[in-house]
Design a protein around this ligand. Structure first.
Ligand code: ADP
Ligand code: MG
Length: 173
């Protein structure tokens, strides 16, 4: 049994990839659904245009003694008790396009593009001293099926490759 978090800035491709896992033997869940299930939703955040999630309370309540292998979709999924973490990355200009297509406000696009630019998710993982195996993948110009296959390969290898810091640095490009 193992639980894998798929994390990264909104728009990097988490949900697209997680949906590909529905063909396999994995139970699929999202942080959003878990927050609902465990009553860890807060108020609607007008500026972010999304529901607040009390991720630390959810992390305490989240029962990871599931029977199946599971994949958790969400930009906060790395805060849950998981066995391994996949962090997806996307070039900020491509991310901007993806989020604009989604109809996000200018402000929300800017906030997310900046978060990706500074590798914000990595900062959170480092700050919380997470010690799980981490796989970082760039989805910028990559077929989702290829990304999916790389993750499967990594899982089947026992998540052996294990980066402890970002290899991708958009500021250095
Ligand atoms: P998230 O769940 O991280 O917010 P989504 O999966 O909803 O992101 O959206 C990502 C968008 O990027 C989709 O339109 C998807 O088709 C596109 N995309 C392009 N390449 C990839 C890839 N390699 N992996 C995942 N998504 C990709
Ligand atoms: Mg999503």
């Amino acid at each position: 049994m193992s639980i894998i978090a798929i994390t990264g800035t909104p728009g990097v491709g988490k949900t697209t990839i997680v949906e590909l896992f529905s063909e396999g033997d994995f139970t699929i869940m999202s942080v959003k659904d878990l927050a609902k299930q465990y009553g860890c939703e807060g108020d609607f955040d007008e500026s972010a245009q999304s529901m607040d999630i009390d991720i630390h309370r959810l992390a305490e309540q989240f029962e990871s003694d599931l029977l199946d292998d599971a994949i958790v979709d969400g930009h906060l999924s790395h805060f849950l008790e998981v066995d391994a973490i996949v962090i997806l990355r996307c070039n900020p200009s491509m991310l901007q396009e993806r989020l604009a297509k989604r109809g996000y406000s200018e402000q929300k696009i800017k906030a997310n593009v900046e978060w990706e630019m500074i590798a914000g998710t990595w900062s959170e993982m480092i700050e919380f001293e997470l010690d799980q195996p981490i796989l970082e993948l760039d989805t910028t110009n990559c077929d989702p099926n290829k990304t999916y296959e790389e993750i499967i390969e990594w899982i089947n290898d026992g998540h052996s490759q294990n980066s402890r810091q970002a290899r991708i640095d958009w500021l250095a490009e």
